[in-house]
Design a protein around this ligand. Structure first.
Ligand code: PMP
Length: 409
């Protein structure tokens, strides 16, 4: 039989292909700047001390069994995750207006949110979602898969290597009222370019005037500045402007280093407690047919960290450690290129490396320059010159700076 004879082969995922090429490379000075995962100063994955301690306690606890969680997940996890995101004193939480459902990390939260919108959102005209150009590649795939068309809004200006605020806000103003807009809560992937507080205020004003829905993706809380509260500013601000409908996808992959455990949540903020209750029932129906019950282990680890004073303090320190190492690597790369090598910069200077936020930096190199860095320098990054700053460390940063220097001259 040949029922699958007509199935065409799909192209491989760019990021995972890059990782495979890096692994196959035998060169001893090779560097992986493609991966979206934190590495310590020796280039190794880092198990956060807070996570280590929580999992040791969990494993030692003989009362922990392996039963199913409820459909919406571990209640102590979802409620404390909502407070982490929205603030311990969030009025929306106090008023029971928040529906929180545990998901398969941030990807699952995006997917569950997308399915929910596709079933229940009254789209004004086309079933579409506005996404930043560029964005995390999976956003397009996730919304396409539920029949919501991703439409780009201008975000990154290649000439200034910064936010195209004018293009972004004029698209928001010209979009049909009640449009769905995807926003990165902080540490925009892939550009590292975030709006300032003042710009967020202006963006929220437009949402309010136009009745737009904010679909936030929060995959890096704490990772941007090292402060969990500071990195939640955009989400909390939008929620405080009560009439903006807000939905938030939350991931603990990066900020807890729990990539493989798939810990995340979807939070939907409603206008009333009654609406929130109805939303909960519908999200449960969707979740039941998709995964039945979310996974327990990672959620237990995070719940313990969020609800134990000592572990909470340790986690805050761990988050600072990761963010600060990344910020430090940005400074060092900037210094090497600017002062040591005096490398000609694409936009006139290398300030963008220190200005950008979070795990990634958009270096501003051309595709040809990137090809040289990758093929001759064995330094792996995507064609758009997105480099994971977490892949830099004190042992390889001079080598990387030298190759950037060679490539642009
Ligand atoms: N959104 C964005 C913007 C991301 O960068 C990521 C991670 N690459 C995710 C969501 C989701 O990742 P995960 O499913 O591992 O939580």
């Amino acid at each position: 039989q040949a029922v699958w004879a007509s199935v065409p082969e799909a192209p491989p995922d760019v990021i995972f292909q890059l990782t495979a090429a890096y692994k196959a490379d035998k060169y001893d000075k090779k560097v992986n700047l493609g991966i979206g995962a934190y590495r310590d100063n020796d280039g190794k994955p880092w198990v956060l001390p807070s996570v280590q301690q929580a999992q040791e306690r969990l494993i030692a606890d003989k009362s922990v069994d392996h039963e199913y969680l409820s459909i919406t997940g571990l209640p102590t996890f979802t409620s404390s995750a909502a407070k982490l995101l929205l603030g311990a004193d969030s009025p929306a939480v106090a008023e029971d207006r928040v529906t929180s459902v545990q998901t398969i990390s941030g990807t699952g939260a995006n997917h569950l949110g997308a399915v929910f919108l596709s079933k229940f959102y009254a789209f004004n005209g086309d079933r579409q979602i506005f996404i930043s150009n560029p964005t995390w590649a999976n956003h397009k795939a996730i919304f396409n898969s539920v029949g919501i068309k991703p439409v780009d809004y201008p975000y990154y200006d290649a000439k200034t290597i910064a936010l195209d605020f004018e293009g972004f806000t004029s698209t928001l103003k010209n979009a049909p009222n009640g449009s769905v807009i995807l926003l990165h809560a902080c540490a925009h992937n892939p550009t590292g370019v975030d709006p300032t507080k003042e710009q967020w205020h202006a963006i929220a004003d437009i949402f309010l005037a136009k009745g737009h829905l904010a679909f936030f993706d929060s995959a890096y809380q704490g990772f941007a500045s090292g402060n969990l509260d500071a990195d939640a500013f955009s989400v909390r601000y939008f929620v405080s402007r009560r009439d903006i409908p807000v939905l938030v996808c939350q991931s603990f992959a990066k900020n807890a280093g729990l990539y493989g455990e798939r810990v995340g949540a979807l939070h939907v903020i409603s206008a009333t407690k009654e609406q929130a209750k109805a939303v909960t029932t519908q999200l449960s129906v969707i979740q039941r047919s998709e995964i039945s019950n979310p996974p327990a282990f990672g959620a237990r680890v995070v719940s313990m960290i969020l609800n134990d004073q000592k572990l909470w303090a340790q986690w805050n320190e761990d988050v600072r450690t990761m963010a600060n190492r990344i910020i430090d690597m940005r400074k060092q790369l900037f210094e090497l290129l600017t002062n040591k090598h005096k490398t000609p910069a694409p936009g006139g200077n290398w300030n963008h490396i220190v200005k950008q936020i979070g795990m990634f930096t958009y270096l501003g190199l051309s595709e040809k320059q990137v090809a040289k860095v990758v093929n001759e320098g064995h330094i792996y990054m995507t064609k758009n010159a997105r480099a994971s700053v977490a892949g830099l460390n004190t042992h390889n940063i001079e080598y990387v700076a030298q190759w950037i220097d060679k490539a642009v001259r």
